[in-house]
Design a protein around this ligand. Structure first.
Ligand code: SF4
Length: 435
């Protein structure tokens, strides 16, 4: 199927090859020790996206260290995230902590009039768990509104894996989104943080299709999208279960689609919106022909290196299933195991239907058992978190850090080859080392 897709320079959209399907495939459920980053990590890409928001982690020195090192120790005159470090306190000291938090926030907002949206981000130290951050956010919102909105969510490693931080952040915004105007025409919302360059490309494509679109999260806090019963939304990321639930409670309806990764995923994603908004197939064909052809040609080069190579996914980012679909169908890679921290059957239905029949799927983590399976399978490349990558490299395996899949713009036609390149590069490096 993938051969067929790649040989034809531009495939007519309606005749895309049918999938074998993994929709009802059994899933191995693992519930053991995990090796993943916590939800605080999401701050790294979210603070770049919403440019007048500030993320104040209420946490320990460990949290501060994680944020600082994951962010690559950025030296900004005006950073958009920080950690308020809470030292050990007993319950009697909590009143002081609340006062201290108010003092820190007041000082921050006095110094930084550019901040319009402040997130208090919870973490896992027991002193923080005892604090009621949602109440603190309400109290501080009362003090600083309308100039600044204060919200809270948890990025704690006990409750969240790293991409779930974005879900928690966006879900906290949903109840405050403005409602639709009376007799609003149907509109599209794209949900999930996208790099600005990708957002601009999609904006242009939706404009060509004549579909009015809003993006969530927006680039500025005062440009939040409207939501209501006339809103149809497309998920741009597969890890937004709570956000989707919140949007549905506000009346919005999800458009089922694969995720916009690779030529096929992007085309099917755009087609879901086109069908919902009554756009002619020929209009979609015309709007996407040139970028599809460019991407298909660029992928053909990567395919010579990646076709037939065996890949193993440890559960980490929740992007595993869409990426496995892309690698298998467009680049001819073989999937040995596709692990994901959480498999959302509904949101992934269109993706699972496109996986080759018989793909080994696992949900959750039991790191020792997965390591055993990985070693036994001897894949050509392993996708895993930073904690596992070094030991596996030392054992002679080729690895790809899953966190890069979240930091790199990978959605849409123009980024399809970049996504393939993320997997090709470590293989080339390994070949050079071997030579
Ligand atoms: Fe570590 Fe928890 Fe802080 Fe994350 S939130 S850095 S897991 S202490």
């Amino acid at each position: 199927d993938a051969d067929l897709a790649l040989r034809a320079p531009v495939i007519p959209i309606r005749e895309m090859p049918r999938a074998d399907g993994c929709g009802d495939a059994p899933v191995l459920r693992e519930r053991g020790q995990r090796e993943v980053f916590c939800g605080l990590t999401g701050i790294i890409w979210l603070h770049r996206k919403v440019q007048d928001a500030f993320f104040l982690v209420v946490g320990s020195r460990t949290c501060a260290h994680l944020i600082q090192s994951a962010a690559g120790v950025m030296i900004f005159a005006e950073p958009r995230f920080a950690t308020a470090i809470i030292d050990e306190r007993d319950l009697a000291g909590l009143a002081d902590v609340n006062e201290e938090l108010d003092r820190v926030v007041t000082r921050l907002l006095e110094r930084r009039p550019d901040i319009k949206l402040l997130f208090l981000v919870g973490s896992c130290p027991s002193e923080v768990i005892k604090l009621d951050l949602s109440r603190a956010a309400l109290r501080l919102s009362g003090t600083f509104s309308p100039r600044v909105r204060v919200l809270s969510y948890s990025g704690s490693g006990i409750e969240t894996t790293f991409t779930q931080g974005e879900d928690a952040c966006l879900a906290s915004l949903v109840p405050g989104l403005p409602g639709e105007q009376l007799s609003a025409a149907p509109s599209l919302m794209v949900v999930g943080a996208l790099a600005d360059v990708v957002e601009d490309q999609f904006s242009r494509l939706f404009a060509q299709l004549g579909i009015p679109v809003q993006f969530f999260p927006p680039r500025r806090a005062d440009a939040m999208p409207r939501v209501g019963p006339n809103t149809r939304y497309l998920l741009a990321q597969p890890f937004l279960a709570d956000t989707a639930r919140g949007l549905e409670e506000r009346g919005a309806r999800r458009l089922p689609a694969p995720f916009p990764l690779g030529v096929e995923g992007t085309t099917r994603w755009l087609r879901a919106a086109s069908d919902a908004f009554g756009v002619q197939a020929s209009t979609l064909d015309a709007a996407t022909a040139a970028p599809r052809e460019r991407a298909t040609q660029a992928l053909a080069r990567q395919r010579t290196l990646l076709a037939g190579k065996r890949i193993f996914f440890f559960p980490d980012s929740q992007l595993e299933v869409p990426i496995a679909r892309f690698l298998s169908r467009e680049l001819g890679m073989q999937l040995t195991e596709v692990g994901s921290p959480y498999l959302h059957r509904q949101h992934l239905a269109e993706e699972l239907a496109l996986l080759p029949t018989g793909t080994s799927l696992s949900e959750g983590q039991h790191v020792d058992r997965q390591l055993d399976r990985c070693r036994a399978l001897k894949p050509d490349i392993v996708v895993c978190g930073l904690g596992l990558a070094n030991p596996l490299e030392a054992e002679g395996m080729t690895t790809k850090w899953s966190i890069e899949l979240v930091f790199t713009p990978i959605q849409g036609y123009e980024q399809a080859a970049d996504l393939a390149e993320l997997f090709a590069r470590p293989m080339v490096r390994r070949l050079r080392l071997a030579a």
